[in-house]
Design a protein around this ligand. Structure first.
Ligand SMILES: Nc1ncnc2c1ncn2[C@@H]1O[C@H](COP(=O)(O)OP(=O)(O)OP(=O)(O)O)[C@@H](O)[C@H]1O
Length: 250
């Protein structure tokens, strides 16, 4: 389980303090997906960075499997907004980087890598460097790296934002396919209501800055086959949109 209790993050500079997150209390069960939705600047990335162990100065408690966050102990896959690819490494080197660091060269399974690269439409691009890829291809390379790591916790900051509408749906399905084979606890930040309903078993709605929890919804439709074509899906999207409009305009 991933838990935060009264998590508060204040960014401090020389002359000012800025509260980015205000008393966030939430829990994600083992193998659950959670979509985090909130207005721009409400602290979504900040929350992921705390869970990834990148931000260490905070108030309150944060635990992964009952232990404080320790990137060396926990296997955390983190896809930041800028994808986090290394410019001087090619696609193959980038996607295998996490594996090499965590497990060493010997554990690298070339078939697994080829399968994931194929699923994500990156076959044939292995030798390219990030500056030779489109934004969407870079984003898919970041996804490949995170999937291959087989993390205990997967954190994704707007992971499909650079993709066109159709590719986005295809890659969302690739995510679900990979997740169903290996149901990793996942938190994904999204600005899209439809994406939150499609990919979140739990949907956490944050307020405008400083981010507070407005509502946590359990999504009974998560994982249903052919969900995008179902009436219940449209209804749930409408409901979520209504909640957001009411709460964010307060
Ligand atoms: N290092 C920092 N120092 C000071 N303030 C920061 C820092 N990083 C972020 N902030 C501020 O904290 C707030 C939350 O930022 P954060 O990036 O977490 O928001 P977000 O919800 O992810 O935004 P978006 O949806 O636009 O990506 C913003 O007002 C931002 O300007």
């Amino acid at each position: 389980m991933i838990e935060t209790r009264d998590l508060t993050v204040v960014y401090k500079s020389r002359n000012s303090c800025y509260t980015a997150l205000d008393k966030i209390t939430m829990a994600i069960l083992e193998g659950e997906t959670c979509a985090l939705i909130g207005p721009s600047g409400c602290g979504k990335s900040t929350l992921l960075k705390v869970l990834a162990g990148i931000i260490r100065e905070f108030e309150g408690q944060v635990a992964i499997k009952n232990q404080p966050v320790m990137p060396k102990r926990h296997r955390i896959g983190f896809i930041p907004q800028n994808y986090g690819l290394l410019d001087w490494k090619n696609v193959y080197q980038n996607v295998t980087l996490g594996l090499r660091i965590k497990d060493g060269k010997k554990k690298i399974d070339r078939n697994d890598i080829a399968h994931i690269l194929d699923l994500l439409g990156l076959k044939g691009l292995e030798e390219r460097y990030p500056n030779e890829l489109s934004g969407g291809q870079q984003q898919r390379a970041a996804l490949a790296r995170a999937f291959l790591l087989k993390p205990d916790l997967l954190l994704m900051d707007e992971p499909f934002s650079a993709l066109d509408a159709i590719t986005r749906e295809e890659i969302q399905d690739v995510f679900l396919y990979v997740w169903k084979k290996n149901p990793v606890s996942t938190i994904l930040v999204t600005h899209h209501v439809e994406e939150a309903v499609y990919l979140g078993k739990k949907i956490v709605i944050l307020s405008d800055s400083p981010g507070r929890i407005l509502k946590i919804l359990d999504n009974p439709l998560f994982g249903e086959n052919d969900l995008r074509n179902k009436e219940d899906y449209f209804q749930m999207c409408l409901e979520l949109r209504k909640i957001i409009k009411e709460d964010w305009s307060k």
